[in-house]
Design a protein around this ligand. Sequence first.
Ligand code: AKG
Ligand code: FE2
Length: 290
Amino acid sequence: MPSAPVPVTNPENPKIQRWDDIGLLLIHDFITEDEEAAMIAAFHAVDPRLDGKRRISQHFGYHFDYTTFGASETSFTPVPSYITDFLPRLPVQDYLPDQFTAQYYPPGAGIPPHVDTHSMFGEALYSLSYGSAVPMVFRLSDANDARKMRLPRRSLQSSVSESKTEGASGTNPESAATAPDSQTTMTVQSKSEEPSPENPSWELVLPPRSLLLMTGPARYGYTHGIKSRKTDIINGEMVHRQGRYSITMRTIRRGDEIGCNCVFPGVCDARIREEQSRPAAAQRMDPLEK
Ligand SMILES: O=C(O)CCC(=O)C(=O)O
Ligand SMILES: [Fe+2]
């Protein structure tokens, strides 16, 4: 798989790498080793499991509501200080995240490629990595992703693959993979039946203690995911996966802010809702449906 496009590194601060054309920013050593150790201890004080096969998630702040696919206004878990302590260091300070998902990936676990919901969350989407490095796979979305995001949910459920492989779902992983009440390995088609993607995917290694910020195309038009596998090739060397942790941080949109007018309508939940509420004849004429 091709490696990531070459970033620009700020000579005054070599810890910061930017891919400005697609809206990605990676800050190395965003947290200290002491902070990392405290965060891992805090995670396992709540849930001691280390050796399962699946991701384990802990939610803080406003919870995700699986019926509205937005934030729940009634269900709130106080945000621990190990998170609030680093918020003043985030690169975007105009608005701060208020929804946090801490996840533990046992060695081998991944997350299907997806685009996080556009309409319900602000542009800045963060992933803080700790515990160990993992390659994140990015791919500019294509017509196949757009098609999959338009499949009725029931048909997604009924075509769940027997193979239990994680397939590209091009949707929010909260619905496809982490929802406690949904099947965590749901896939639309088995991999062998998948049409080849039009756009190449590439991997970006997320080192432990690094902060990834996705904005613009990286946030709205690219899918991101982590392959489920036991080994990775990192800097040309085969490395056995170790337990990895991440905190995904999002800012909930409320009231009039809910919606999206991005330039990636194919994978935009706001556009899909709009299309699907149009009369059937107008839907048939939609160029995305061709
Ligand atoms: O674990 C990560 O770094 C990313 C998780 C993710 O993509 C998500 O929760 O939407
Ligand atoms: Fe995501």
